[in-house]
Design a binder for this molecule. Structure first.
Ligand code: HEM
Length: 117
């Protein structure tokens, strides 16, 4: 059970890496747009995160305030990606007020995961 939980944590981290990596690519190439790869990363992190939000394969209590906060932030990121994709389709670009929070909130969620014990 412990090993299986470890594997699900790994999948969760892959989701984080795909989402944040896709955002950094857009930052680095100067397009600063929203891509479908970001959505894939978010979906992977969401499915694995929700599986980890149930208490199995651990011998300590889960911090549900922390998990609830991460879930709310994930939903906000999902909304921003959705709105960004729509805007991009119509106007060809994404406003900075949508692009920047996607990366920053992703990093905030990783920070909460690591620092809020
Ligand atoms: C963009 C969204 C998210 C990001 C970037 C993210 C990032 C991370 C990172 C980096 C870790 C590893 C921390 C560590 O092992 O110390 C982690 C662990 C975890 N995440 Fe997330 N997360 C996200 C969303 C969620 C959601 C929505 C949930 C559930 C509601 C969740 C539940 C968990 C749990 C339970 C762990 C701990 C795994 C364990 O030690 O058993 N995450 N997350």
């Amino acid at each position: 059970m412990e090993t299986l939980r470890g594997i699900v944590v790994l999948v969760h981290l892959v989701g984080f890496a795909v989402l944040f990596g896709a955002w950094v690519v857009e930052l680095a190439n100067g397009k600063r747009g929203v891509t479908r790869v970001m959505n894939w990363g978010l979906a992977i992190a969401a499915v694995a995160g929700l599986a980890l939000a149930a208490p199995w394969g651990i011998d300590h209590d889960l911090n549900y305030a922390k998990l609830g906060t991460k879930l709310v932030i994930l939903i906000v990121i999902g909304a921003l990606i959705g709105i960004g994709l729509g805007r991009q389709r119509k106007t060809g670009s994404v406003p900075p007020a949508i692009f920047w929070p996607i990366g920053i909130l992703t990093l905030v969620n990783a920070g909460i995961a690591v620092l809020w014990r």
